[in-house]
Design a binder for this molecule. Sequence first.
Ligand SMILES: [Zn+2]
Length: 271
Amino acid sequence: MNSALAVALAAAVAWSARRAGALTGRGAVAATVVGGVALSAGVPWGAFLIAWFIASSALSRLGRAAKARRTDGIVDKGGTRDAWQVLANGGVFTVCAAVGLGAVWLSPHVAATPETLRELAALAGAAALTAAGADTAATEVGTLMGGTPWSLRTRQRASPGMSGAVSLTGTAALVVAALLFAALAVALQLVPTARWGIVAWAGVAGAVADSLLGAWMQGRRWCPTCAAETEQYRHRCGTATQRAGGLDWITNDVVNVTCTIVGAAVALRLG
Ligand SMILES: [Zn+2]
């Protein structure tokens, strides 16, 4: 698609998402960049991105009030995505779209035909967003309907919404979502039918990596006033929280971008 038209269309979609409360102002700017590159790369790229965004926003809104009650005081960011969240979820996909877009120029440098390069970029991009979507589904459905989850790290009961907390319902949602997002990538002709399974498995692998990294490596914080574990730097009670384990720089956004990198890498390995 013509790039000027692509950016205009992406800006229109991002603006309506901002009006609907799905994106912050800067989140809408980041989404315009991500969407502009995707639509420039071709209609299948743009269509898959928009469908993915609608589906994951819908998952975030699913039972929002009930989830907010269950995760109050634990989760750092709410349902409105900021620029970092947009890039954490969509950055790898955007790089893949850019590779697809520039396949003709890149091809002499990597000893692959432009067609091969485009196919691999589409496979990796589809897997990156499938992994992010599967992780979102696991978190949102698990938080809403998963009962009391287990912590992968301590193997004890954990609070709903904590990173690395898993439930059977959330895990089932993860697998179903990976299958569905991969089917969407096929239906929108981003990847051929024969590669549906690869995209789905890569999506599962990325989302599982997300849970493992969230459980063991992500920075954990502690509110001394409430004697409660949290991901917030300033707890809902107003107290500045203390480090309680994990690595401080491994935030939820770092975990999410890793999820999409693992998804893309596994797809390329299998493809
Ligand atoms: Zn507190």
